[in-house]
Design a protein around this ligand. Structure first.
Ligand SMILES: Cc1cc2nc3c(=O)[nH]c(=O)nc-3n(C[C@H](O)[C@H](O)[C@H](O)COP(=O)(O)O)c2cc1C
Length: 174
């Protein structure tokens, strides 16, 4: 028997093709219960650097080495990746909360006042990171309103002494 004094709740699964606004908000909150690291996925389009904050990142395969990121179909950075077939995953350190907010926004010159260099694959590599991974685009699948991208790492730079930025329930933690 469940103790009714606890704070837990049971979510009803939507039956239709699209969620109601309330169900979408509940789903976002549920996913926010999972703590994650924070990355900025970058790409280059006609000499213009693009980047998006992305928490939906994980390791996919060891042999061969593959990683996975999920990106909103409306992302400008996604469009650049699909054209250039290359991207970089920059895993943010605890010093880079302002970058997470900057690259989580839609507009503005995201790269102004940001330290970065161009990697071997032509993608921007941000400083203040624990890791920079330059990738060749592998597969790209559309599922719902996001694209699932796989990346084949070509070059990795690690700064093991730095601590990662963590995102949990809508807040950043060092
Ligand atoms: C903490 C945080 C995590 C985010 N995670 C993702 C994510 O995993 N995938 C995604 O597509 N957008 C994510 N976003 C939203 C994008 O960063 C945002 O839509 C951005 O404006 C896209 O920029 P672009 O259109 O220039 O690529 C996240 C934003 C924040 C602040």
């Amino acid at each position: 028997m469940k103790d009714s004094s606890t704070q837990s709740s049971v979510l009803a699964m939507p039956q239709g093709a699209f969620n109601s606004k309330a169900q979408s908000a509940e789903w976002r909150e549920t996913m926010a219960d999972f703590p994650s690291g924070v990355t900025i996925v970058t790409a280059m389009e006609n000499g213009r650097p693009l980047g998006s904050t992305v928490s939906a990142f994980c390791s996919l395969s060891l042999r061969p080495r593959l990683l996975l990121v999920c990106m909103d179909l409306r992302s400008h950075t996604l469009a650049a990746i699909n054209k250039s077939h290359a991207f970089a995953v920059n895993i943010l350190s605890d010093r880079a909360q302002s970058l997470a907010l900057k690259f989580g926004a839609k507009d503005g010159d995201k790269f102004s006042d940001v330290d970065y260099e161009i990697g071997d694959m032509g993608c921007p590599l941000l400083m203040d990171c624990c890791v920079n991974i330059e990738c060749r685009l592998g597969a790209s699948y559309i599922e719902g309103d996001h694209a699932i991208l796989t990346g084949q790492p070509e070059r990795i730079v690690r700064e093991p002494t730095r601590s990662p930025l963590v995102y949990h329930r809508g807040a950043f933690r060092a």
